[in-house]
Write a protein that binds this ligand. Structure first.
Ligand SMILES: C[S@@+](CC[C@H](N)C(=O)[O-])C[C@H]1O[C@@H](n2cnc3c(N)ncnc32)[C@H](O)[C@@H]1O
Length: 361
């Protein structure tokens, strides 16, 4: 169950503030091991990494040991395990969403030979100032592109195909069209583009739920590297140039930054269900599941069932005890205290305050 502001409510736990680790869930009564304490099926945005697009169903994330799935939709660039999943995906994505994914796929295919890999070096993350400067540096070009797109609005309007509002006073010149063409020449990182499209479509399709993401813990410096930040700013310009017109007003630096800053501290990896989740297909943000803090000796285990996360007590939990999952992968759990803390600091940006880490032997 969810309260109005998206914080999960349950007869078994409640979400409260803590002195050192933000909000957390606490058991409101004793919970026997193996009890399902919560299910979260409120996936907002998700990224299916490009290298897994043929093998993992875009709807239910089903994976058959690396075999290509039977149904592939070349236009949008996703594969499905069944017609049922494809139909559900199309209904949830909507016509504007299908147009958006088709535009991205067309662009990515045109530019597929480029090397858009990022170097995962241990360089410092861009600071708040770096981030503000990077977004400011593309805003003038962004505004020119917006005006260039007005021209399409006018054309669409004159063709009578759709009722749109135009800014009739602005003259579209060569300078505007050049800004748009220049944006399309930037290098592409298809996974970062997918992140932005998935998030913007979610805001478009469910505007009333935007607040639920905004209330999540925010990371003010969500970019891993200078490359990562640059791919976000260039994706912004690309999307302004290619997104279907009904989505254009949502393609803003504010929306894209908000999505990154919430995703950074709240997303769940979408992994294979066997081999201790050794295959990493991508990630997604399930707001209702984002109030469980991390522990290096968790009392709750999470399991993905299709698009839903199921949370089950891994041991008996006493009334008043904090209900915690682990943010570490199977292998990472076995690391020493120092290495676990380092991994959480690097990937999540916090100093672990869990009981196992607090006990110094
Ligand atoms: C998914 S959110 C969990 C809910 C969060 N506490 C809140 O108030 O929304 C993850 C964030 O919670 C905090 N957190 C989770 N586990 C923690 C821990 N063991 N020690 C310190 N902070 C923790 C960190 O700030 C982390 O980035």
């Amino acid at each position: 169950m969810l309260s109005l502001d998206g914080v999960p409510t349950s007869s078994l736990f409640q979400v409260c503030n803590t002195p050192h680790s933000g909000r957390a869930a606490f058991a409101t009564r004793s919970i026997p091991a193996n009890t399902v304490i919560f299910r979260s099926d409120d996936l907002t945005l998700s990224v299916l990494l490009r290298e897994y697009r043929r093998e993992v169903c875009a709807q239910c994330f089903m994976y058959e040991h690396g075999r290509d799935l039977k149904i592939r939709d070349q236009a949008v660039g996703f594969a499905f395990c069944s017609e049922q999943c494809q139909v559900k995906w199309q209904a949830d994505t909507g016509d504007v969403g299908i147009q958006a994914w088709t535009a991205v796929e067309k662009l990515v295919k045109l530019r597929s030979k480029e090397d858009s890999e990022m170097v995962d070096a241990d360089l410092p993350r861009p600071s708040r100032k770096d981030i503000t400067n990077a977004w400011n540096s593309v805003e003038a070009q962004a505004n020119l592109i917006r005006i260039a797109r007005q021209e399409f609005r006018v054309r669409v309007h004159l063709n009578g195909a759709a009722e749109v509002h135009t800014n009739g006073d602005v003259q579209v010149t060569k300078q505007h069209r050049k800004a748009l063409q220049k944006a399309l020449l930037n290098l592409i990182n298809p996974d970062i583009m997918s992140f932005c499209v998935s998030g913007l479509l979610w805001i478009f399709n469910k505007p009333e739920e935007r607040e639920r993401v905004i209330r999540l813990a925010a990371d003010p410096t969500p970019y891993h590297s200078v490359d990562d930040l640059r791919f976000f700013t260039t994706s912004y310009l690309h999307l302004l140039a290619i997104m279907p017109l009904p989505l254009l007003s949502l393609v803003t630096t504010e929306n894209i930054f908000t999505l990154s800053s919430r995703d950074s501290h709240n997303s769940f990896g979408i992994r294979s269900l066997e081999d201790e989740g050794s295959e990493f297909f991508g990630y997604g943000c399930w707001p209702a599941a984002s109030y469980f803090n991390h522990s290096c000796s968790p009392n709750v285990e999470k399991l993905r069932v299709g698009r839903t996360w199921e949370f089950r007590a891994g041991k008996d939990i006493e009334e008043g005890e904090e209900v915690c999952i682990t943010y570490l992968s199977g292998e990472e759990r076995k690391l020493s205290r120092g290495k676990r803390m380092g991994t959480l600091r690097k990937n999540w940006g916090f100093e672990c305050q869990c009981e196992r880490c607090e006990v110094v032997l």
